[in-house]
Design a protein around this ligand. Structure first.
Ligand SMILES: Nc1ncnc2c1ncn2[C@@H]1O[C@H](COP(=O)(O)OP(=O)(O)OP(=O)(O)O)[C@@H](O)[C@H]1O
Ligand SMILES: [Mg+2]
Length: 276
């Protein structure tokens, strides 16, 4: 789907696959402060890419640069290139709203809409996308809840408040809401940090299932989680530049390599618990 059009279909696309993101020389600022410096990395389609590193190293900032949410923060801006299947999301004629439809996001705390039912939590975004037909909405709501491995638990509670669900169910509802509009990439910022181990395990299983259709980028503080679910891992650190602290990508490699034979001493120190 091109970023100049928006469409959501009732039928799952037969062979829908995730997109590739090529990040080139990306710098992210808050006002005059450089927060993330010169990141170049390629996020591969239908893989789970984990971003790890100590607090303040710029993981969330980088993630928000991948769907133009960063610039929604007052005074914040990004410089550099992010190609979504070859198309620069920062090009002048590209509408940030359409970028955010193609690159969806799930946050740390489950954020169901407080005054809305389970059903409406998903349907609201679809209506905004132009779908008005009740049967089509019903179909997509059900499909999204099934994809998010939540249908069986909520099919009799569709009209209840999203807040009536457990924390883990609420997070799966947020995932259902994000995938309902058929993004190509799913960004997840510490999606399990508020969840218990059982709910965490369900989300991890779900991510592995979802990568068949979507490209997933996950920020996590949990190194076991990165090791369990991700195909590739990017390690970020806070480094000193011109007497200022700034987040940098220090190593990016297949996850197995990062955890067994890291090439950078900072990665090794971090994964063995000596920093961060
Ligand atoms: N809204 C903001 N305004 C100003 N500075 C910010 C803002 N958000 C983050 N920063 C700064 O940008 C840098 C990177 O922050 P970021 O939140 O991206 O780190 P992080 O790696 O996600 O950390 P954590 O693991 O604690 O979530 C930090 O120095 C932080 O203080
Ligand atoms: Mg963060």
């Amino acid at each position: 789907m091109a970023m100049t059009e928006a469409s959501v279909s009732a039928q799952p696309e037969a062979a829908k696959t995730g997109s590739q993101l090529e990040i080139k020389n990306l710098n992210a600022y808050y006002g005059p402060k450089l927060a993330v410096r010169d990141v170049t990395m390629t996020i591969h389609p239908n893989e789970i890419t984990a971003l790890i590193g100590p607090s303040g190293c710029g993981k969330s900032t980088l993630l928000r640069c991948l769907n133009r949410m960063h610039e929604a923060i007052l005074g914040a801006r990004a410089e550099g290139t992010v190609l979504l299947d070859g198309e620069d999301i920062y090009a002048q004629d590209i509408d940030a709203t359409l970028v955010r439809r193609r690159v969806g996001m799930v946050f740390q705390l489950p954020t169901p809409l407080r005054t809305r039912s389970v059903y409406e939590n998903i349907a609201i975004g679809l209506r905004l996308g132009g779908i008005k037909n009740k049967r089509t909405l019903d179909e997509i709501v059900e499909r999204s809840l099934r994809q998010a491995a939540l249908w069986d638990e909520v099919k009799d509670k569709l009209q209840q408040s999203g807040l009536a669900l457990s924390g883990g169910q609420q997070q799966r509802l947020c995932i259902a809401r994000a995938i309902a509009i058929e993004p190509d990439v799913l960004l997840m910022d510490e999606p399990c940090s508020a969840l218990d181990p059982v709910a965490t395990f369900r989300i991890e299983e779900l991510m592995i299932e979802l990568k068949k259709q979507f490209t997933i980028v996950i920020v996590t503080h949990n190194m076991q989680q990165a090791a369990r679910v991700s195909d590739r891992t990017g390690v970020f650190m806070v480094e000193r530049h011109d007497e200022k602290s700034v987040g940098e990508l220090v190593e990016y490699a297949p996850t197995g390599q990062i955890f067994t034979t890291p090439q950078d001493h900072r990665t090794e120190e971090y994964i063995t618990g000596r920093v961060g």
